[in-house]
Design a binder for this molecule. Structure first.
Ligand code: PMP
Length: 340
């Protein structure tokens, strides 16, 4: 137990937790990398730290400068917290469909928030493109300059997982790992951990778990980028091959319906005390599918992406679930406080 000098040293080195129900059900060891235990409560703290450090090292980001990013929320939270610890300003462009809790947290962390309508990447008003233009503009007007974090196409993102997440998983499992599964937002986690683990043992199976509405399941199974449907999961679901995804060693792909993902999220909370967001459900459902494909006795690692309280108004809200046609667990409907 050492003393961390700043918040930055508290990012990463997360525990690997055995997910007991799905492990027992499949006869495999299904292990979750507890990324929700990072200071910003998500896997994106690692990418935020590496992107900022890379820009500072290259000199494109100056002390007192501004970091601009388009994000579904978690990367912005990571950038804002790391930014505060380093005396940087953050400006975050977020699609208005993202949960209120993430927007509140961003404001709390001092980020300047720009909310834009959620439109496809091809549209010039897409949040990623707006953030790129805003960064170029602020680079000219801000006293200490500005940089665009550009998490989708900035490979400092996946480098975080090559250099930290993958070696941690390798050490924690003592090399006894047969497969790794992850959903994709930017692709930093899947590609970075995939590259890092394959460097240790090329025999490890790397698998994608994709939500409906994303194009990657189709890409990795047929070679064609094609998307159908939609999902309530947040932070995942990609329609293109980002720079972070280029060359990603993906051996298998699964498409996970929302009903399958949310059931796992509810079970993990009810039976194992793990309070997690929707993308974790997609990941763990993917791990179950891979465990069944690889057979009993295998060890599979996946990512517990972010903390569930970030989604109380949606994923854990019976009215929202009913509106989306998703099953509501009985315990979620029970009255709250009982006074005795
Ligand atoms: N889950 C959540 C909740 C996220 O916010 C993200 C990042 N957008 C991911 C999963 C996917 O991570 P990556 O960007 O590394 O693909």
């Amino acid at each position: 137990m050492t003393i961390r000098r700043t918040l930055l040293d508290a990012i990463g080195n997360t525990p690997l937790i055995r997910l007991n129900r799905v492990s027992d059900e499949t006869g495999c060891e299904i292990l979750g990398k507890a990324e929700f235990m990072n200071p910003g409560q998500s896997v994106k703290d690692r990418a935020a730290l590496f992107i900022i450090q890379d820009a500072l090292n290259k000199g494109t980001l100056k002390p007192g400068g501004t970091v601009v990013e388009g994000t579904a929320g978690n990367t912005g939270i990571g950038l804002a917290l790391v930014g505060n610890a380093l005396g940087l300003r953050t400006v975050i462009v977020i699609p208005d469909t993202q949960s209120q809790e993430k927007k509140d947290m961003l404001r709390l962390a001092g980020a300047e928030l720009v909310e834009v309508p959620a439109v496809a990447y091809a549209n010039p008003n897409n949040y990623v493109k707006v953030s790129g233009r805003l960064a170029a503009q602020l680079a000219k007007t801000e006293k200490n300059g500005a940089v665009w974090a550009n998490q989708f196409d900035n490979v400092a993102n996946r480098q975080a997982h090559i250099e930290t997440t993958a070696p941690e998983i390798w050490e924690q499992t003592q090399g006894k790992i047969d497969g790794f599964v992850s959903a994709v937002g930017t692709g930093g986690t899947l590609a970075g951990v995939g590259i890092g683990l394959k460097a240790k043992n090329p025999g490890i199976t790397i698998a994608l778990a994709d939500p409906p509405g994303a194009a990657l399941f189709s890409y990795y199974t047929t070679g064609e980028l094609k998307a159908e449907g939609s999902s309530i999961t947040e932070g995942i679901g990609q329609g293109r091959i980002t720079a972070n995804l280029e060359g990603a060693p993906v051996d298998k792909a699964y498409q996970i319906p929302d009903a399958e993902a949310v059931k796992i999220v509810f079970d993990l909370l009810e039976h194992e005390g793990l309070c997690l967001g929707g993308s974790t459900g997609t990941n763990v459902a993917g791990a179950v599918r891979l465990a069944k494909d690889l057979g009993r006795g295998c060890t599979i690692v996946t990512v517990l992406c972010d903390y569930g309280t970030r989604y109380q108004s949606k994923l854990f809200n019976p009215a929202f679930l009913r509106e989306k046609g998703l099953p509501v667990p009985a315990w979620l409907e029970r009255p709250g406080t009982v006074r005795r």
